[in-house]
Design a protein around this ligand. Structure first.
Ligand SMILES: [Zn+2]
Length: 181
């Protein structure tokens, strides 16, 4: 069998990234249906098998750490039986925050592929650059902007809907600064 050229390998990887991101987008849609901020994540093993799936469930679980990435990483670690997930790739629809970037480093992932940039909290590129921090001993590859427009649209539509006056009140109340203190 002929060895694939670097260009062919890159094209295959792009195809693969897109397919996995579509699955992460489906998970994000599930989050939106549950009233959660639509972010979905997938952990894929070195053989291309899906080891963990997650979507944002901070409200459902009443857990500030229940971001899509953490949920997917927990499932993958449980499945593999190891908290280190070397060689695995995380796919997520939104750029990971600092907490999730920390978990990615702890898990020793090989790469992170994400959709939309997060200009307010993104910790791989936008606000912090933790993927290649010179003082951290684990580095990982980052491929950004995969199906980025679709991922961003999902989030924008969710927040637009939440702000519209005719939607049910409880979520809006939770978000207001006066509530719950
Ligand atoms: Zn996060």
């Amino acid at each position: 069998m002929k060895k694939p050229t670097p260009e062919e390998l890159a094209a295959l990887q792009a195809q693969d990234d897109l397919a996995h991101m579509q699955a992460a987008i489906e998970l994000a849609r599930g989050a939106a249906l549950a009233g959660e901020v639509p972010v979905g994540a997938l952990v894929v093993g070195p053989q291309g098998d899906v080891l963990g799936r997650g979507y944002n469930r901070t409200r459902l679980d009443v857990d500030p750490s229940a971001h899509a990435e953490i949920v997917a990483l927990r499932e993958a670690a449980w499945r593999v039986g190891n908290h280190r997930l070397g060689g695995c790739v995380l796919y997520v629809t939104l750029e990971p925050c600092a907490m999730c970037a920390g978990a990615i480093i702890q898990a020793r992932l090989a790469a992170v592929v994400y959709g939309a940039d997060d200009p307010k909290a993104g910790a791989l590129r936008s606000v912090l650059q933790l993927a290649a921090h010179p003082q951290l001993n684990h580095r990982f590859a980052v491929r950004a902007g995969v199906a980025g427009a679709a991922c961003a649209t999902l989030l924008r539509e969710f927040f637009q809907q939440r702000r519209s006056p005719d939607r049910a009140a409880p979520l809006a109340d939770l978000e207001s600064p006066e509530a719950g203190e």
